[in-house]
Design a binder for this molecule. Structure first.
Ligand code: GP9
Ligand code: MN
Length: 421
């Protein structure tokens, strides 16, 4: 009810809100926002090689002209792609089980597209799959998406399809006419598909030899990742040749992991590690985040960050006042960042520590600092015991606040009034 909400609002105000105006505020004001979901792309392939070849030559080069977040974590659960969309559009956590896209599609939200519509933006999603997959058609209407270009908007043939559907290169090419038809400024979100489990690719599209391990999944993953890299490069070429490039900020984010723990042996072989520990597992949940702004050289940002931070960051760059918003993330260019990134399984990362499976690790070295953190079997070093155990409680608290908002549809009781000058 309303009382429950006021406790949550106080928490958010004190812990996850940063209203500081920085020199990045409004740098992209009035520009188009192009957002690309990079299906199943994990950060370990970026600036990495296979058979002595770069896996993602274009994405590697792009780091030099973007803000690239190298310690950015996905926070999804069972809802996979839909969770990643839910988190970044609302700055709420994914649910601990199920997908809010199915279970809470009728809730009241205050999403990025809804907010940008008030700023005169046109909003669209482009994705060559059935519109009802993940209940997107229902959810998108509720989240303020004006146009959803789904499979019906594309010419899909046997020739231009593989695995889950239309190949990404073809998808971007056929999307251009829709993008060009949108009134500016627009917020257009593209969801890619080819780099999806089981990572099948036609021979003619494979420009990298497979890895050689007992995991066919991992072996093929590198090839579809390379294909995605080429598809993104082609998309950038389309944006440049149509002049859209200069008028847009381009944000690209990995949605979730592609390689599960089931393939740990093969992954260990590739990473040249004897075993994949819980620490390694958490570090493998890093996914790329690129923010490309015309005229900005960008930089590599090493601060920890997560998908809940996307919404406040985008609003900051677009110069939108979000002082009445309720976010569980903070602006990634602000000085008062949150102290932790929480994963939905209860693991979390701070600047100094990484907590997973009741064990506290040094974030940089992976060294075990304390075990059985939550059952208070203390290591004897008070400082270390404190850091992981007190933060552990806050992480649980914060995620349960987000869950309460969703389960109770609590935004019904909140007035998202904004300062009008
Ligand atoms: C389906 C695509 C993939 O439309 O977004 O979904 P996923 O299986 O990754 O959640
Ligand atoms: Mn996905």
């Amino acid at each position: 009810d309303g009382n429950e909400l006021s406790e949550i609002l106080t928490y958010v105000e004190e812990n996850t809100t940063d209203q500081e105006v920085t020199d990045m505020f409004g740098v992209a004001e009035g520009k188009n926002l192009i957002f690309v979901t990079l299906e199943s792309l994990q950060s370990f392939v970026i600036n990495n090689t296979l058979h002595g070849e770069e896996i993602t030559p274009f994405l590697n080069e792009l780091i030099g002209e973007s803000y690239y977040f190298e310690n950015f974590y996905h926070q999804t659960e069972q809802g996979k792609t839909a969770d990643s969309e839910f988190i970044m559009e609302n700055s709420l956590y994914a649910l601990p089980s199920g997908a809010a896209y199915f279970t809470h599609a009728q809730n009241q939200y205050h999403s990025t597209p809804q907010i940008l519509k008030d700023e005169n933006y046109t909003t669209a999603v482009l994705h060559a799959n059935n519109k009802s997959f993940w209940n997107r058609d229902t959810m998108y209407e509720n989240l303020g998406i004006d146009h959803f270009y789904d499979i019906k908007s594309y010419e899909v043939t046997d020739e231009n399809s593989v695995g889950w559907g239309m190949k990404d290169k073809e998808f971007f090419e056929q999307s251009m006419k829709y993008l060009q038809s949108l009134p500016e400024p627009y917020y257009a979100r593209f969801i890619t598909l080819t780099n999806h489990h089981p990572f099948d690719l036609d021979d003619e599209d494979a420009t990298l030899d497979p890895f050689d391990s007992n995991s066919r999944t991992l072996n093929q993953y590198f090839q579809t990742v390379r294909y995605m890299d080429e598809a993104i490069e082609e998309f950038f070429d389309h944006l440049k040749s149509t002049g859209i490039y200069e008028d847009s900020i381009i944000v690209m984010m990995g949605d979730h992991y592609g390689i599960s723990d089931f393939h740990n042996r093969a992954m260990g072989m590739y990473l040249e590690k004897e075993e994949i520990t819980p620490y390694d597992h958490v570090q493998l949940q890093r996914v790329p985040l690129y923010i490309h702004i015309p005229g900005h050289e960008g930089e590599i940002i090493s601060d920890i960050a997560g998908q809940v931070d996307i919404k406040p960051t985008l609003l900051h760059l677009l110069g939108v006042d979000d002082s009445h918003d309720v976010s569980f993330g903070t602006n990634l260019f602000g000085p008062n960042r949150k102290e932790f990134v929480a994963l939905r399984d209860g693991s979390f990362i701070t600047e100094g520590y990484l907590y997973s499976k009741d064990t506290c690790y040094d974030r940089e070295s992976g060294e075990v600092l304390a075990s059985n953190v939550s059952s208070n079997l203390l290591s004897g070093d008070e400082e270390q015991d404190d850091v992981c155990s007190s933060m552990h409680e806050q992480v649980e608290q914060e995620m349960s606040y987000s869950d309460k908002i969703i389960y109770g549809d609590l935004f019904r009781f909140h007035e998202f009034s904004r300062n009008e000058d």
